[in-house]
Design a protein. Structure first.
Length: 268
């Protein structure tokens, strides 16, 4: 198993917490509203093939909460500077939920440092007639029940939660930042207008029992790109990296390896 190391990195005047482990091409994995603060199985599985980089966004978890965050564009530009600061090139970018929305925003602005893009249950778009889950009405326990298909797993995770998670300062900080990033209408119309300009290989992954962003979003998101493939994970909710880490890691790894081989063959 790859050993992940945690460090604080200063970018754009903001110190962010970063977990990093593995070896190979760099893979930047961007979290959603549920911040990743410790090594998880999916990370170790991805690290079998990649140099895996897991930051906590500005305003989340152990990272600082800068006063310049006012929307998703701010985080997109932050991560472009983050890539420059770390000297990342030929980068595989993956984002889940809010992090998927963010990944689309980054790629729309520049793919200079990117080799592939993977979006997992990504937000950021609107699908007419498809009702999203009302996450603003869910408490911490109900959120887990809604985003996880396997209710036995959800209850185990709830049992491990502190008695009043909403009182945790980290939880409150995350909520403040989410309210700045996902302001009404909680999507960006520009994604559906301009994301077709992203010409790198794209992979869209969705759980077929996603109750936050229903699976009907998946084909719509896929068709926005000129070069995208779609994978549906069966009997899976909104956070497949928790429910099905091996299948999740294998889908990402297989897509990247296929895309890399295709690019190499085209260059010969």
């Amino acid at each position: 198993m790859a050993q992940f190391k945690q460090e604080m990195i200063s970018v754009a005047g903001c110190r962010v917490s970063v977990l990093r482990g593995g070896a190979g091409d760099p893979l930047l994995h961007l979290h959603g509203a549920g911040v990743v603060r410790q090594t998880m199985p999916f990370m170790e599985m991805l690290a079998e093939n990649f140099d895996v980089i897991i930051p906590q966004h500005p305003g989340f978890g152990d990272s600082e909460e800068p006063d310049w965050i006012d929307g998703m564009a701010d985080l997109a530009y932050f991560y472009l500077e983050f890539m420059d600061r770390l000297g990342l090139g030929g980068l595989h970018l993956a984002g889940t939920s809010l992090g998927g929305w963010l990944s689309s925003e980054i790629a729309m602005r520049s793919t200079e440092r990117l080799a592939t893009l993977t979006l997992i249950g990504a937000g950021g778009i609107h699908v007419e007639g498809v009702e999203r889950g009302k996450s603003h009405e869910w408490g911490p326990q109900e959120t887990l029940r809604q985003v996880i298909y396997d209710q036995e797993l959800a209850e185990k995770m709830i049992a491990a939660m502190p008695e009043s998670p909403q009182d945790d300062p980290i939880f409150q900080k995350n909520r403040r930042t989410i309210s700045k990033l996902a302001k009404p209408p909680t999507y960006n119309p520009d994604i559906q207008k301009w994301v077709h300009l992203v010409k790198i290989p794209v992979h869209v992954i969705w759980g077929d029992h996603d109750r936050l962003l229903p699976v009907d979003y998946a084909p719509v998101y896929t068709e926005l790109f000129d070069n995208a493939t779609l994978s549906i994970m069966e009997k899976c909710g909104h956070i497949p990296y928790t429910e099905r880490p091996r299948e999740y890691a294998d889908l990402i790894t297989g897509f990247i390896q296929d895309a890399t081989q295709t690019a190499s063959a085209a260059a010969e």
